[in-house]
Design a protein around this ligand. Sequence first.
Ligand code: PLP
Length: 468
Amino acid sequence: MDEPEWKGPLGEAFEQALAYLEGLPERPVGSRAGLEELRAALGGPLPEQPVEAREVVRALATAAEPGLVASPSGRFFGFVIGGAMPAALAADWLTAAWDQNAGLHVAGPAAGVVEEVAGRWLAELLGLPAQVSVGFVTGGQMANFTALAAARHEVLGRAGHDVEAEGLIGAPPLRVVAGEGRHDTIDRALRFLGLGSAAIVPVEADEQGRMRPAALRQALGGGGGPTIVCAQAGNVNTGAVDPLGEICELAHQAGAWVHVDGAFGLWAAASPRLRPLVAGMELADSWATDAHKWLNVPYDSGIVVCAHPQAHRAAMGVRASYLVHAAAGERDEMDFNPEFSRRARGFPVYAAIRALGRSGIAALVERCCGLARRFAERLAAEDGVEVLNQVVLNQVLVRFRAADGDHDGHTRRVVERVRQDGTCWMSGTTWRGQAAMRISVSNWSTDEADVDRSVAAILRCARQTPTL
Ligand SMILES: Cc1ncc(COP(=O)(O)O)c(C=O)c1O
């Protein structure tokens, strides 16, 4: 075998990545290529013969580039998508180069220790109990899944049922009491866990999407038995946070496990100024959050945290005769993750926390919230533009009124026109029956100029959008 040639492909990847990243401030934010164009550029028959590695990388980058959405751009405000901070991105490259299988301590002790350290830092940063267990998963979806698996273990265990051994057959009924404003990944996690979305007892939410404590009290009063309460920090539309302290108190009085889905909203805890929004969150039993959103770590990176390490481990742990399991004091990642073999995704999280520090993370979160308010103030000042939510975090819902009264249709057309314009990128939603533009400010590099340029583009597009 010839000596492997690393510099060619890696050098090409570095040059291509740099050109992309340095071009972000000026390139159109949306994808410029259509489906057929991309299929033509990237498709073709199965290659029969080898191609030189550098050439593969160059051709891939050239063909894919027009079909990229510049989601790491400071003017990308779609869904809830963070960018990739330089330290985290570089650590992610190393993660690929090191190619550790972060399932077992023995297969990559540095990866294991980095997860241990980053997990401890996170708990401290978010003000969570020191003894929590932490798993580094692909995203909020799997963080919710993992936490709810631990919850299922615990509440059924207390009722004398071993769900890991017996499954759900013969198990006592399990209620999942969750706010109407919950994220759809909660329902999906419950499907994966064999509970089904029919297990959910929905709790009325207020006009911002926050669970109403009085409605929770009523729901909990309607029968005992194993119960999980799903609360939320950061409604995906409004950014609103459930009253977590009150929810934990009521739920614990009823013997329930409280899970907090805080995919992005949990990061409010890292800011002394915003922390009151999530007051009481430390009383919960499990938490789900993302590093690929507000911490600006590259995809994919979610985090599950559990106040009951035994339940977490019982739900996820695995043993196999051919594996070399952790010795005393060591930690096998697969005991806290649904994956077996997996990417060492603790490295970029560690690098992001190390690069920003406690003060930098607080500043990032506060800056995004300040910029969201700037969006809201500037847009709401215009005739025919309405902000639908209280901007408590980084989310803004905007509605465009039409002379002909078709505000929904007009709003959807404005969102589409803004995306075509390319200055910035937003998605739409329907909030309490009304179409709205969703603006999520989650990127580390977004500044006032990005917001002002985007506001100008949005208003220009709104004026140019005819009412039909
Ligand atoms: C509240 C909430 N929970 C869960 C998720 C799902 O997270 P992920 O896309 O990382 O799986 C999201 C995504 O936006 C969210 O906002």
